[in-house]
Design a protein around this ligand. Structure first.
Ligand code: SF4
Length: 231
């Protein structure tokens, strides 16, 4: 069987070593599943993409932004800003003025607050909600007993392809995703042709912080996540 790339199981830090700038990373002891070893050609070709017009500056500024999220203090490196400010700073750096939110109807309040924050900082902000079009769920084969509000209710489907196509049709500098569901976000990302980032993903249980469940997976509260399937 072909070796599968398995960075999540890597025992070392071969691709982000603690060495001086004039030294070379050493991959001799890196595991056989290491994609740096297995996909040298792909990496060589893909790195060339960063020099393309329209990509190179975005690439450089993404790393500058990453750098600016830390501060060097006598006590060591500290983190500085939450993701909202990181997003604002990144948009400014790139000269993105027309920002567009693609948000979930369940986060309409958050979308309003975020719009206000962005507008106060001088951005032009517009947005599209996931229920745009009010297309009934029956159109995609949802049965009455699969409707969240009950069989007799009118239920609009989440409509991520329309969300994406509306933003594709407009003059947009930067799209920000806010709280789309798993699957709906997959479709949005597949269809949206504009530069985008994600402010938050939907997690109905953890205040839209899915990693909270991961962090608790070693505790009794979400220990079920670590049990084998079928347990
Ligand atoms: S690229 Fe190689 S060295 Fe880096 S994390 Fe993946 S397996 Fe480990």
């Amino acid at each position: 069987m072909e070796e599968q790339v398995q960075c999540a199981k890597c025992p070392g830090t071969y691709c982000y070593p603690t060495i001086d700038a004039d030294q070379k990373p050493d991959f001799e002891k890196a595991p056989s599943f290491c994609p740096t070893k297995l996909y040298e050609d792909v990496i060589g070709q893909s790195v060339r993409q960063y020099y393309r017009k329209g990509v190179s500056e975005l690439t450089r500024l993404a790393s500058v932004q990453e750098f600016e999220c830390y501060e060097h203090t006598p006590d060591g490196i500290k983190t500085k800003i939450p993701r909202i400010e990181e997003t604002i700073q990144f948009a400014r750096k790139n000269g993105f003025h027309k920002l567009r939110l693609a948000f979930c109807s369940g986060l309409a309040d958050e979308a309003r607050i975020f719009t206000e924050i962005l507008e106060r900082r001088g951005f032009e902000v517009a947005s599209v909600c996931c229920k745009v079009g009010a297309v009934p769920k029956e159109r995609i084969g949802i049965k009455p007993d699969e409707k969240i509000s009950g069989p007799g209710s009118y239920e609009s489907m989440c409509n991520p392809i329309s969300q994406a196509e509306i933003l594709n049709a407009e003059r947009v500098d930067f799209v920000i995703l806010l709280g789309l569901c798993v699957g709906h976000d997959s479709l949005f990302i597949r269809y949206c042709q504009k530069p985008m980032t994600v402010l938050a993903v939907k997690d109905r249980v953890t205040g839209h912080n899915p990693l909270a469940a991961l962090y608790l997976s070693r505790s009794i509260y979400y220990g079920r996540l670590r049990r084998l399937a079928g347990d």
